[in-house]
Design a protein around this ligand. Sequence first.
Ligand SMILES: Nc1ncnc2c1ncn2[C@@H]1O[C@H](COP(=O)(O)OP(=O)(O)O)[C@@H](O)[C@H]1O
Ligand SMILES: Nc1ccn([C@@H]2O[C@H](COP(=O)(O)O)[C@@H](O)[C@H]2O)c(=O)n1
Length: 549
Amino acid sequence: MESGSLVFVNPDTELALELSEQVFLDDDDYASRAPASPTTVPNVRPYRPPSTGSNILKSPRARRVRTTSMSQSNKRTTAESILHADRRTIYTAGRPPWYNCTGGQEVEPFLIGICGGSASGKTTVATKIIESLNIPWVTIVSMDSFYKVLNEKQHQAATRNEYNFDHPDAFDMELLITVLQRLKEGKKVEVPIYNYVTHSRENRTKTMYGANVIIFEGILAFYNLEVVKLLDMKVFVDTDADIRLGRRLRRDIVQRGRDLEGVLKQYMTHVKPAYQSYIAPCMAHADIIVPRGGDNKVAIHLIVQHVHKQLQLRGFKVREKLAMAHVGQPVPDSLYVLEDTPQVQGLHTFIRNKDTPRDEFIFYSKRLMRLVIEFALSLLPYSPHTVDTPQGFSYTGRKCDVEKICGVSILRAGETMEQAICDVCKDIRIGKILIQTNQQTDEPELYYLRLPKDIKDYRVVLLDATVATGAAALMAVRVLLDHDVPEHHISLVSLLMAEIGVHSIAYAFPKVKIITSALDPEINEKFYVLPGIGNFGDRYFGTEPSEDE
Ligand SMILES: Nc1ncnc2c1ncn2[C@@H]1O[C@H](COP(=O)(O)OP(=O)(O)O)[C@@H](O)[C@H]1O
Ligand SMILES: Nc1ccn([C@@H]2O[C@H](COP(=O)(O)O)[C@@H](O)[C@H]2O)c(=O)n1
Protein backbone atom coordinates (compact mmCIF):
# COMPACT_ATOMS: atom_id res chain seq x y z
CA MET A 1 0.00 0.00 0.00
CA GLU A 2 2.75 2.39 -1.03
CA SER A 3 1.27 5.83 -1.52
CA GLY A 4 3.66 8.07 -3.38
CA SER A 5 4.64 11.13 -1.41
CA LEU A 6 1.61 11.56 0.81
CA VAL A 7 1.40 11.53 4.57
CA PHE A 8 -1.74 10.04 6.07
CA VAL A 9 -2.98 11.32 9.38
CA ASN A 10 -5.62 9.55 11.40
CA PRO A 11 -8.39 12.18 11.76
CA ASP A 12 -9.28 11.01 15.26
CA THR A 13 -5.97 11.96 16.77
CA GLU A 14 -4.57 15.01 18.53
CA LEU A 15 -2.09 15.29 15.71
CA ALA A 16 -4.91 15.80 13.20
CA LEU A 17 -6.41 18.46 15.47
CA GLU A 18 -3.06 20.23 15.60
CA LEU A 19 -2.77 20.07 11.85
CA SER A 20 -6.27 21.38 11.29
CA GLU A 21 -5.45 24.35 13.49
CA GLN A 22 -2.55 25.21 11.26
CA VAL A 23 -2.76 26.30 7.69
CA PHE A 24 -0.53 24.14 5.61
CA LEU A 25 1.77 25.06 2.82
CA ASP A 26 0.25 24.64 -0.52
CA ASP A 27 2.22 22.61 -2.98
CA ASP A 28 3.92 25.51 -4.76
CA ASP A 29 4.98 27.13 -1.54
CA TYR A 30 6.54 23.95 -0.24
CA ALA A 31 8.23 23.25 -3.53
CA SER A 32 9.81 26.69 -3.57
CA ARG A 33 11.19 26.34 -0.03
CA ALA A 34 11.93 22.71 0.36
CA PRO A 35 15.43 21.40 -0.16
CA ALA A 36 16.27 19.94 -3.60
CA SER A 37 14.44 16.66 -2.95
CA PRO A 38 11.77 15.41 -2.95
CA THR A 39 11.00 16.11 -6.57
CA THR A 40 7.35 15.15 -6.24
CA VAL A 41 5.21 17.58 -4.31
CA PRO A 42 4.13 16.22 -0.95
CA ASN A 43 0.89 17.09 0.70
CA VAL A 44 -0.97 16.13 3.82
CA ARG A 45 -4.24 14.28 3.70
CA PRO A 46 -6.61 13.07 6.37
CA TYR A 47 -6.03 9.39 6.73
CA ARG A 48 -8.74 6.74 6.71
CA PRO A 49 -7.17 3.58 7.99
CA PRO A 50 -8.19 0.23 6.54
CA SER A 51 -11.22 -1.22 8.28
CA THR A 52 -10.19 -4.07 10.52
CA GLY A 53 -12.95 -3.87 13.06
CA SER A 54 -11.08 -1.72 15.54
CA ASN A 55 -13.44 0.80 17.09
CA ILE A 56 -10.86 3.59 17.17
CA LEU A 57 -11.45 3.85 13.44
CA LYS A 58 -15.16 4.44 13.48
CA SER A 59 -15.44 8.04 14.64
CA PRO A 60 -17.21 10.20 12.09
CA ARG A 61 -15.12 13.26 13.04
CA ALA A 62 -13.01 13.22 9.91
CA ARG A 63 -10.83 16.27 10.11
CA ARG A 64 -9.49 17.63 6.88
CA VAL A 65 -6.12 19.19 6.96
CA ARG A 66 -6.54 22.43 5.13
CA THR A 67 -4.51 23.42 2.17
CA THR A 68 -6.50 26.64 1.81
CA SER A 69 -5.14 29.80 0.33
CA MET A 70 -4.07 32.57 2.70
CA SER A 71 -2.16 35.79 2.67
CA GLN A 72 1.38 35.53 1.38
CA SER A 73 2.91 36.77 4.64
CA ASN A 74 1.02 34.22 6.69
CA LYS A 75 2.08 31.49 4.37
CA ARG A 76 5.69 32.45 4.80
CA THR A 77 5.47 32.40 8.57
CA THR A 78 3.98 28.93 8.54
CA ALA A 79 6.56 27.70 6.08
CA GLU A 80 9.35 29.06 8.25
CA SER A 81 7.97 27.42 11.33
CA ILE A 82 7.76 24.05 9.65
CA LEU A 83 11.02 24.03 7.82
CA HIS A 84 13.20 26.08 10.13
CA ALA A 85 11.63 25.69 13.55
CA ASP A 86 13.92 26.79 16.33
CA ARG A 87 14.39 23.41 17.89
CA ARG A 88 16.42 24.71 20.78
CA THR A 89 13.63 26.68 22.33
CA ILE A 90 12.42 23.89 24.57
CA TYR A 91 15.48 22.31 26.06
CA THR A 92 18.96 23.70 26.00
CA ALA A 93 21.02 20.71 26.93
CA GLY A 94 20.17 18.76 30.05
CA ARG A 95 17.15 16.83 31.19
CA PRO A 96 14.70 19.10 33.01
CA PRO A 97 12.83 17.83 36.10
CA TRP A 98 10.52 14.90 35.39
CA TYR A 99 9.01 14.77 38.89
CA ASN A 100 7.07 17.25 41.00
CA CYS A 101 7.79 18.91 44.35
CA THR A 102 6.76 15.79 46.21
CA GLY A 103 9.37 13.79 44.30
CA GLY A 104 6.71 11.83 42.41
CA GLN A 105 6.77 11.46 38.66
CA GLU A 106 5.17 14.43 36.94
CA VAL A 107 6.43 14.25 33.41
CA GLU A 108 6.34 10.92 31.61
CA PRO A 109 8.66 10.39 28.68
CA PHE A 110 6.85 10.77 25.34
CA LEU A 111 6.67 7.30 23.82
CA ILE A 112 6.60 7.07 20.01
CA GLY A 113 5.86 3.68 18.44
CA ILE A 114 7.14 2.94 14.93
CA CYS A 115 5.68 -0.12 13.24
CA GLY A 116 6.17 -1.44 9.71
CA GLY A 117 7.40 -4.37 7.65
CA SER A 118 10.92 -5.67 7.86
CA ALA A 119 13.38 -3.24 6.17
CA SER A 120 10.62 -0.69 5.64
CA GLY A 121 12.87 1.97 7.19
CA LYS A 122 11.66 2.01 10.82
CA THR A 123 15.14 2.47 12.27
CA THR A 124 15.95 5.06 9.63
CA VAL A 125 12.79 7.04 10.48
CA ALA A 126 13.60 6.76 14.19
CA THR A 127 17.11 8.09 13.60
CA LYS A 128 15.83 10.99 11.50
CA ILE A 129 13.29 11.89 14.17
CA ILE A 130 16.06 11.96 16.76
CA GLU A 131 18.27 14.13 14.54
CA SER A 132 15.45 16.58 13.86
CA LEU A 133 14.18 16.63 17.44
CA ASN A 134 17.62 17.80 18.47
CA ILE A 135 16.97 17.38 22.17
CA PRO A 136 18.94 15.30 24.65
CA TRP A 137 17.79 12.15 26.42
CA VAL A 138 16.11 10.36 23.54
CA THR A 139 16.20 6.57 23.66
CA ILE A 140 15.46 3.93 21.00
CA VAL A 141 14.09 0.57 22.07
CA SER A 142 13.97 -2.08 19.36
CA MET A 143 11.43 -4.87 19.49
CA ASP A 144 14.12 -7.25 18.24
CA SER A 145 15.69 -7.06 21.71
CA PHE A 146 12.71 -9.03 22.96
CA TYR A 147 12.97 -12.09 20.74
CA LYS A 148 12.48 -15.16 22.92
CA VAL A 149 15.45 -17.33 23.76
CA LEU A 150 15.32 -20.37 21.44
CA ASN A 151 15.61 -24.01 22.51
CA GLU A 152 17.97 -26.34 20.65
CA LYS A 153 15.35 -27.53 18.16
CA GLN A 154 14.17 -23.99 17.43
CA HIS A 155 17.74 -22.83 17.04
CA GLN A 156 18.42 -25.53 14.44
CA ALA A 157 15.28 -24.50 12.57
CA ALA A 158 16.50 -20.89 12.66
CA THR A 159 19.84 -21.84 11.08
CA ARG A 160 17.89 -23.56 8.26
CA ASN A 161 15.82 -20.34 7.86
CA GLU A 162 12.75 -22.27 8.95
CA TYR A 163 11.96 -20.62 12.28
CA ASN A 164 9.17 -18.03 12.15
CA PHE A 165 10.67 -14.82 13.60
CA ASP A 166 7.76 -12.82 12.21
CA HIS A 167 5.03 -14.48 14.27
CA PRO A 168 3.84 -12.62 17.40
CA ASP A 169 4.72 -15.68 19.51
CA ALA A 170 8.41 -15.19 18.66
CA PHE A 171 8.50 -12.22 21.05
CA ASP A 172 8.64 -12.10 24.85
CA MET A 173 5.71 -9.67 25.13
CA GLU A 174 5.66 -9.84 28.92
CA LEU A 175 9.23 -8.61 29.23
CA LEU A 176 8.63 -6.01 26.53
CA ILE A 177 5.63 -4.57 28.37
CA THR A 178 7.50 -4.51 31.69
CA VAL A 179 10.43 -2.68 30.11
CA LEU A 180 8.24 -0.10 28.36
CA GLN A 181 6.19 0.47 31.51
CA ARG A 182 9.30 0.97 33.63
CA LEU A 183 10.81 3.35 31.11
CA LYS A 184 7.59 5.36 31.06
CA GLU A 185 7.71 5.50 34.86
CA GLY A 186 11.22 6.90 34.53
CA LYS A 187 12.84 3.79 36.02
CA LYS A 188 16.12 2.18 35.01
CA VAL A 189 15.84 -0.94 32.83
CA GLU A 190 18.16 -3.60 31.47
CA VAL A 191 17.35 -4.29 27.82
CA PRO A 192 18.59 -7.51 26.19
CA ILE A 193 20.98 -7.13 23.25
CA TYR A 194 20.01 -9.33 20.30
CA ASN A 195 22.42 -10.99 17.89
CA TYR A 196 20.91 -11.82 14.47
CA VAL A 197 23.87 -13.89 13.40
CA THR A 198 23.56 -16.33 16.31
CA HIS A 199 19.76 -15.89 16.72
CA SER A 200 20.30 -15.32 20.43
CA ARG A 201 20.54 -12.75 23.20
CA GLU A 202 24.02 -11.68 24.16
CA ASN A 203 25.21 -12.14 27.74
CA ARG A 204 25.40 -8.42 28.37
CA THR A 205 22.42 -6.08 28.49
CA LYS A 206 22.01 -2.41 27.70
CA THR A 207 21.15 -0.15 30.61
CA MET A 208 18.55 2.46 29.77
CA TYR A 209 17.45 5.24 32.02
CA GLY A 210 15.96 8.66 31.83
CA ALA A 211 14.34 9.85 28.66
CA ASN A 212 12.40 12.84 27.43
CA VAL A 213 11.39 10.82 24.39
CA ILE A 214 11.46 7.06 23.84
CA ILE A 215 11.15 5.59 20.35
CA PHE A 216 9.98 2.00 20.25
CA GLU A 217 10.30 0.34 16.83
CA GLY A 218 9.48 -3.12 15.55
CA ILE A 219 7.61 -5.16 12.97
CA LEU A 220 4.84 -5.89 15.49
CA ALA A 221 5.09 -2.73 17.57
CA PHE A 222 1.30 -2.27 17.43
CA TYR A 223 0.31 -5.92 17.70
CA ASN A 224 -0.17 -6.11 21.46
CA LEU A 225 -2.93 -3.82 22.73
CA GLU A 226 -1.23 -3.28 26.09
CA VAL A 227 1.78 -1.93 24.24
CA VAL A 228 -0.44 0.21 22.01
CA LYS A 229 -1.99 1.78 25.13
CA LEU A 230 1.45 2.90 26.31
CA LEU A 231 2.26 4.69 23.07
CA ASP A 232 1.70 8.45 22.86
CA MET A 233 2.12 8.51 19.10
CA LYS A 234 1.91 5.69 16.60
CA VAL A 235 3.72 5.87 13.28
CA PHE A 236 3.43 3.22 10.58
CA VAL A 237 6.17 3.13 7.95
CA ASP A 238 4.61 1.95 4.69
CA THR A 239 7.19 0.96 2.10
CA ASP A 240 6.60 -0.97 -1.10
CA ALA A 241 7.06 -4.74 -0.70
CA ASP A 242 9.60 -5.01 -3.54
CA ILE A 243 11.74 -2.29 -2.00
CA ARG A 244 11.54 -3.98 1.40
CA LEU A 245 12.61 -7.32 -0.09
CA GLY A 246 15.51 -5.69 -1.96
CA ARG A 247 16.76 -3.92 1.17
CA ARG A 248 16.33 -7.00 3.28
CA LEU A 249 18.30 -9.18 0.87
CA ARG A 250 21.22 -6.78 0.94
CA ARG A 251 21.09 -6.21 4.70
CA ASP A 252 20.69 -9.85 5.71
CA ILE A 253 23.53 -10.98 3.46
CA VAL A 254 25.89 -8.12 4.37
CA GLN A 255 25.06 -7.62 8.05
CA ARG A 256 23.31 -10.70 9.34
CA GLY A 257 25.45 -13.47 7.85
CA ARG A 258 22.76 -14.98 5.59
CA ASP A 259 22.82 -16.30 2.00
CA LEU A 260 20.55 -15.47 -0.91
CA GLU A 261 18.56 -18.73 -0.95
CA GLY A 262 18.08 -18.63 2.80
CA VAL A 263 16.78 -15.06 2.84
CA LEU A 264 14.36 -15.78 -0.01
CA LYS A 265 13.15 -19.02 1.61
CA GLN A 266 12.49 -17.26 4.95
CA TYR A 267 10.86 -14.34 3.14
CA MET A 268 8.41 -16.50 1.20
CA THR A 269 7.52 -18.89 4.04
CA HIS A 270 7.36 -16.50 7.00
CA VAL A 271 8.14 -12.83 6.37
CA LYS A 272 5.68 -12.14 3.57
CA PRO A 273 2.71 -14.09 5.03
CA ALA A 274 3.30 -12.54 8.47
CA TYR A 275 3.27 -9.07 6.94
CA GLN A 276 -0.15 -9.76 5.47
CA SER A 277 -1.60 -11.49 8.52
CA TYR A 278 -0.15 -9.51 11.42
CA ILE A 279 1.82 -6.44 10.41
CA ALA A 280 -0.34 -4.71 7.76
CA PRO A 281 -3.45 -4.87 10.01
CA CYS A 282 -1.44 -2.95 12.66
CA MET A 283 -1.77 0.06 10.37
CA ALA A 284 -5.24 0.46 11.82
CA HIS A 285 -3.72 1.73 15.06
CA ALA A 286 -1.50 4.31 13.40
CA ASP A 287 -1.88 8.04 14.00
CA ILE A 288 0.25 8.72 11.00
CA ILE A 289 1.28 6.56 8.05
CA VAL A 290 4.58 7.42 6.44
CA PRO A 291 5.10 6.24 2.89
CA ARG A 292 8.76 5.93 1.77
CA GLY A 293 10.15 5.93 5.32
CA GLY A 294 13.16 8.11 6.01
CA ASP A 295 12.94 9.89 2.65
CA ASN A 296 9.63 11.46 3.63
CA LYS A 297 10.81 14.78 5.05
CA VAL A 298 7.31 16.18 5.45
CA ALA A 299 6.29 13.27 7.64
CA ILE A 300 9.39 13.62 9.82
CA HIS A 301 8.66 17.36 10.21
CA LEU A 302 5.08 16.67 11.26
CA ILE A 303 6.14 14.11 13.82
CA VAL A 304 8.88 16.30 15.24
CA GLN A 305 6.59 19.31 15.46
CA HIS A 306 4.00 17.31 17.31
CA VAL A 307 6.54 15.91 19.78
CA HIS A 308 7.96 19.37 20.47
CA LYS A 309 4.49 20.67 21.15
CA GLN A 310 3.72 17.82 23.51
CA LEU A 311 6.99 18.32 25.41
CA GLN A 312 6.29 22.01 25.73
CA LEU A 313 2.86 21.26 27.21
CA ARG A 314 4.52 19.01 29.74
CA GLY A 315 6.98 21.68 30.91
CA PHE A 316 7.22 21.85 34.70
CA LYS A 317 8.72 24.30 37.16
CA VAL A 318 10.22 22.79 40.26
CA ARG A 319 12.67 25.26 41.74
CA GLU A 320 10.25 28.18 42.02
CA LYS A 321 7.65 25.99 43.68
CA LEU A 322 10.16 24.55 46.11
CA ALA A 323 11.28 28.02 47.18
CA MET A 324 7.70 28.88 48.16
CA ALA A 325 6.73 25.58 49.75
CA HIS A 326 6.92 24.47 53.38
CA VAL A 327 7.54 27.96 54.86
CA GLY A 328 7.33 27.91 58.69
CA GLN A 329 7.31 24.12 59.02
CA PRO A 330 9.03 22.49 62.03
CA VAL A 331 12.46 20.93 61.45
CA PRO A 332 11.96 17.37 60.14
CA ASP A 333 13.08 14.28 62.06
CA SER A 334 15.26 13.17 59.17
CA LEU A 335 17.60 16.16 59.64
CA TYR A 336 20.87 15.67 61.57
CA VAL A 337 22.98 18.77 62.27
CA LEU A 338 26.57 18.42 63.46
CA GLU A 339 26.98 19.60 67.05
CA ASP A 340 27.68 23.34 67.03
CA THR A 341 30.96 23.16 68.98
CA PRO A 342 33.45 26.07 69.10
CA GLN A 343 35.61 24.05 66.68
CA VAL A 344 32.77 23.79 64.13
CA GLN A 345 31.96 27.49 64.60
CA GLY A 346 35.63 28.31 64.05
CA LEU A 347 35.72 26.40 60.77
CA HIS A 348 32.52 28.10 59.60
CA THR A 349 34.03 31.46 60.45
CA PHE A 350 36.89 30.78 58.04
CA ILE A 351 34.83 29.49 55.15
CA ARG A 352 32.01 32.03 55.39
CA ASN A 353 34.40 34.99 55.44
CA LYS A 354 34.46 36.49 51.94
CA ASP A 355 38.07 37.62 52.49
CA THR A 356 39.44 34.16 53.27
CA PRO A 357 42.07 33.37 50.63
CA ARG A 358 41.41 30.35 48.43
CA ASP A 359 44.06 28.07 49.92
CA GLU A 360 42.66 28.61 53.42
CA PHE A 361 39.10 28.22 52.14
CA ILE A 362 40.02 24.81 50.73
CA PHE A 363 41.94 23.77 53.86
CA TYR A 364 39.18 24.66 56.35
CA SER A 365 36.33 23.38 54.21
CA LYS A 366 38.16 20.04 53.89
CA ARG A 367 38.40 19.82 57.68
CA LEU A 368 34.70 20.53 57.98
CA MET A 369 33.86 18.00 55.28
CA ARG A 370 35.75 15.33 57.15
CA LEU A 371 33.77 16.05 60.32
CA VAL A 372 30.40 16.01 58.59
CA ILE A 373 31.20 12.80 56.69
CA GLU A 374 32.31 11.07 59.91
CA PHE A 375 29.09 12.29 61.50
CA ALA A 376 27.07 10.81 58.62
CA LEU A 377 28.84 7.47 59.00
CA SER A 378 28.15 7.48 62.74
CA LEU A 379 24.44 7.40 61.91
CA LEU A 380 24.69 4.04 60.13
CA PRO A 381 23.64 0.95 62.09
CA TYR A 382 26.39 -0.58 64.31
CA SER A 383 26.28 -3.85 66.29
CA PRO A 384 28.36 -4.89 69.33
CA HIS A 385 31.56 -6.63 68.26
CA THR A 386 34.20 -8.28 70.47
CA VAL A 387 37.91 -8.50 69.61
CA ASP A 388 41.05 -9.67 71.46
CA THR A 389 43.62 -7.01 72.33
CA PRO A 390 47.38 -7.73 72.01
CA GLN A 391 47.43 -8.05 75.82
CA GLY A 392 45.05 -11.02 75.63
CA PHE A 393 42.02 -9.11 76.91
CA SER A 394 38.78 -8.98 75.10
CA TYR A 395 37.28 -5.70 74.07
CA THR A 396 33.66 -5.25 73.07
CA GLY A 397 33.20 -2.39 70.69
CA ARG A 398 31.03 -1.97 67.61
CA LYS A 399 31.15 -2.88 63.96
CA CYS A 400 29.22 -1.18 61.18
CA ASP A 401 26.46 -3.46 59.89
CA VAL A 402 26.65 -1.97 56.43
CA GLU A 403 29.22 -3.53 54.14
CA LYS A 404 28.45 -1.84 50.88
CA ILE A 405 28.68 1.95 50.99
CA CYS A 406 29.19 4.15 47.98
CA GLY A 407 29.48 7.89 47.50
CA VAL A 408 27.70 9.81 44.78
CA SER A 409 28.71 13.41 44.22
CA ILE A 410 26.48 16.01 42.70
CA LEU A 411 28.83 17.82 40.34
CA ARG A 412 30.35 20.30 40.46
CA ALA A 413 30.51 21.32 44.13
CA GLY A 414 29.80 17.84 45.50
CA GLU A 415 33.03 16.64 43.90
CA THR A 416 34.96 18.61 46.53
CA MET A 417 33.66 16.18 49.18
CA GLU A 418 34.81 13.01 47.42
CA GLN A 419 38.27 13.04 48.99
CA ALA A 420 36.83 13.27 52.49
CA ILE A 421 34.69 10.17 52.04
CA CYS A 422 37.55 8.28 50.31
CA ASP A 423 39.76 9.09 53.31
CA VAL A 424 37.40 7.44 55.76
CA CYS A 425 35.83 4.60 53.72
CA LYS A 426 38.45 2.25 52.34
CA ASP A 427 38.10 1.44 48.60
CA ILE A 428 34.78 3.23 48.37
CA ARG A 429 33.18 3.53 44.93
CA ILE A 430 32.19 6.97 43.79
CA GLY A 431 29.42 7.79 41.34
CA LYS A 432 28.80 11.17 39.76
CA ILE A 433 25.72 13.08 38.74
CA LEU A 434 26.13 16.34 36.87
CA ILE A 435 23.22 18.71 37.48
CA GLN A 436 23.38 22.31 36.32
CA THR A 437 20.99 25.19 36.51
CA ASN A 438 19.55 26.35 33.22
CA GLN A 439 20.24 30.10 33.31
CA GLN A 440 17.04 30.88 31.39
CA THR A 441 14.57 28.76 33.30
CA ASP A 442 16.44 28.55 36.63
CA GLU A 443 15.56 24.86 36.64
CA PRO A 444 18.07 22.14 37.46
CA GLU A 445 18.93 19.94 34.47
CA LEU A 446 20.48 16.49 34.46
CA TYR A 447 23.47 16.34 32.12
CA TYR A 448 25.51 13.31 33.00
CA LEU A 449 25.31 10.24 35.13
CA ARG A 450 27.80 7.56 36.08
CA LEU A 451 26.81 5.27 38.93
CA PRO A 452 28.38 2.13 40.39
CA LYS A 453 26.94 -1.07 38.95
CA ASP A 454 24.29 -2.60 41.23
CA ILE A 455 23.96 0.67 43.11
CA LYS A 456 20.65 -0.63 44.42
CA ASP A 457 22.59 -2.91 46.80
CA TYR A 458 24.54 -0.03 48.38
CA ARG A 459 24.01 2.52 51.11
CA VAL A 460 24.48 5.72 49.19
CA VAL A 461 26.07 8.85 50.64
CA LEU A 462 24.98 11.65 48.35
CA LEU A 463 27.39 14.56 48.45
CA ASP A 464 26.78 18.20 47.69
CA ALA A 465 28.62 21.14 49.25
CA THR A 466 25.53 23.29 49.75
CA VAL A 467 21.77 22.84 49.47
CA ALA A 468 19.57 25.90 48.80
CA THR A 469 16.09 25.14 47.39
CA GLY A 470 16.94 21.44 47.37
CA ALA A 471 16.09 21.20 43.65
CA ALA A 472 19.38 19.59 42.59
CA ALA A 473 19.42 17.22 45.57
CA LEU A 474 15.82 16.28 44.84
CA MET A 475 16.78 15.45 41.25
CA ALA A 476 19.75 13.39 42.43
CA VAL A 477 17.61 11.45 44.94
CA ARG A 478 15.03 10.84 42.19
CA VAL A 479 17.81 9.44 39.96
CA LEU A 480 18.90 7.06 42.74
CA LEU A 481 15.34 5.89 43.36
CA ASP A 482 14.89 5.31 39.63
CA HIS A 483 17.92 3.03 39.92
CA ASP A 484 16.07 1.10 42.64
CA VAL A 485 18.13 2.37 45.59
CA PRO A 486 15.73 2.14 48.57
CA GLU A 487 14.90 5.59 49.93
CA HIS A 488 16.01 4.71 53.46
CA HIS A 489 19.44 3.70 52.11
CA ILE A 490 20.22 7.26 51.02
CA SER A 491 22.00 9.89 53.16
CA LEU A 492 22.37 13.38 51.78
CA VAL A 493 25.46 15.08 53.21
CA SER A 494 26.22 18.76 52.80
CA LEU A 495 28.37 21.40 54.50
CA LEU A 496 25.61 23.95 54.59
CA MET A 497 21.87 23.76 53.97
CA ALA A 498 19.05 26.26 53.81
CA GLU A 499 15.96 25.39 55.82
CA ILE A 500 13.79 25.57 52.74
CA GLY A 501 15.90 22.94 50.97
CA VAL A 502 15.77 20.63 53.96
CA HIS A 503 11.97 20.89 54.02
CA SER A 504 11.69 20.19 50.30
CA ILE A 505 13.78 17.04 50.52
CA ALA A 506 12.25 15.82 53.77
CA TYR A 507 8.74 16.36 52.42
CA ALA A 508 9.41 14.53 49.16
CA PHE A 509 11.62 11.80 50.59
CA PRO A 510 11.02 11.46 54.35
CA LYS A 511 13.21 8.36 54.63
CA VAL A 512 16.33 10.04 53.26
CA LYS A 513 18.71 11.06 56.09
CA ILE A 514 19.76 14.70 55.73
CA ILE A 515 23.09 15.57 57.34
CA THR A 516 24.78 18.95 57.49
CA SER A 517 27.23 21.00 59.54
CA ALA A 518 24.94 24.05 59.68
CA LEU A 519 21.44 25.17 58.81
CA ASP A 520 20.87 28.70 57.46
CA PRO A 521 17.43 30.31 57.62
CA GLU A 522 17.00 31.89 54.20
CA ILE A 523 17.73 31.94 50.49
CA ASN A 524 17.79 35.00 48.22
CA GLU A 525 16.01 35.54 44.89
CA LYS A 526 18.93 33.89 43.09
CA PHE A 527 18.47 30.87 45.32
CA TYR A 528 21.70 31.44 47.31
CA VAL A 529 21.79 30.41 50.98
CA LEU A 530 21.79 33.34 53.48
CA PRO A 531 24.01 34.21 55.36
CA GLY A 532 25.71 31.43 53.35
CA ILE A 533 29.15 30.78 51.90
CA GLY A 534 28.70 32.26 48.41
CA ASN A 535 29.24 30.04 45.39
CA PHE A 536 31.13 27.17 46.98
CA GLY A 537 32.30 25.66 43.67
CA ASP A 538 33.71 28.95 42.37
CA ARG A 539 35.51 29.68 45.65
CA TYR A 540 36.92 26.18 45.92
CA PHE A 541 37.98 25.76 42.30
CA GLY A 542 39.02 29.40 41.88
CA THR A 543 36.66 29.97 38.96
CA GLU A 544 34.81 33.15 38.03
CA PRO A 545 31.12 33.37 38.85
CA SER A 546 28.98 33.41 35.68
CA GLU A 547 27.65 36.79 34.49
CA ASP A 548 24.20 36.25 35.95
CA GLU A 549 25.50 35.82 39.47
N1 LIG B 1 15.20 5.51 2.12
C1 LIG B 1 16.13 4.56 2.00
N2 LIG B 1 16.85 4.45 0.87
C2 LIG B 1 17.77 3.48 0.74
N3 LIG B 1 18.04 2.56 1.70
C3 LIG B 1 17.36 2.64 2.84
C4 LIG B 1 16.36 3.63 3.06
N4 LIG B 1 15.83 3.46 4.27
C5 LIG B 1 16.46 2.39 4.82
N5 LIG B 1 17.37 1.91 3.96
C6 LIG B 1 18.24 0.74 4.18
O1 LIG B 1 17.41 -0.40 4.29
C7 LIG B 1 17.83 -1.23 5.34
C8 LIG B 1 16.70 -1.38 6.36
O2 LIG B 1 16.41 -0.08 6.90
P1 LIG B 1 16.02 0.09 8.41
O3 LIG B 1 15.76 1.52 8.64
O4 LIG B 1 17.00 -0.61 9.25
O5 LIG B 1 14.63 -0.70 8.39
P2 LIG B 1 13.86 -1.47 9.54
O6 LIG B 1 14.29 -0.87 10.84
O7 LIG B 1 12.43 -1.21 9.21
O8 LIG B 1 14.22 -2.90 9.39
C9 LIG B 1 19.06 -0.61 5.93
O9 LIG B 1 20.19 -1.23 5.36
C10 LIG B 1 18.98 0.84 5.49
O10 LIG B 1 20.24 1.41 5.31
N1 LIG C 1 17.28 -14.25 14.44
C1 LIG C 1 16.50 -13.49 13.66
C2 LIG C 1 15.63 -12.57 14.21
C3 LIG C 1 14.87 -11.79 13.36
N2 LIG C 1 14.95 -11.95 12.02
C4 LIG C 1 14.15 -11.11 11.10
O1 LIG C 1 14.30 -9.76 11.45
C5 LIG C 1 13.15 -9.05 11.06
C6 LIG C 1 12.89 -7.92 12.02
O2 LIG C 1 13.93 -6.98 11.99
P1 LIG C 1 13.80 -5.64 11.13
O3 LIG C 1 15.01 -4.84 11.52
O4 LIG C 1 13.78 -6.01 9.71
O5 LIG C 1 12.53 -4.98 11.57
C7 LIG C 1 12.01 -10.02 11.03
O6 LIG C 1 11.30 -9.90 9.82
C8 LIG C 1 12.68 -11.39 11.17
O7 LIG C 1 12.33 -12.22 10.09
C9 LIG C 1 15.81 -12.88 11.50
O8 LIG C 1 15.90 -13.02 10.27
N3 LIG C 1 16.57 -13.63 12.33
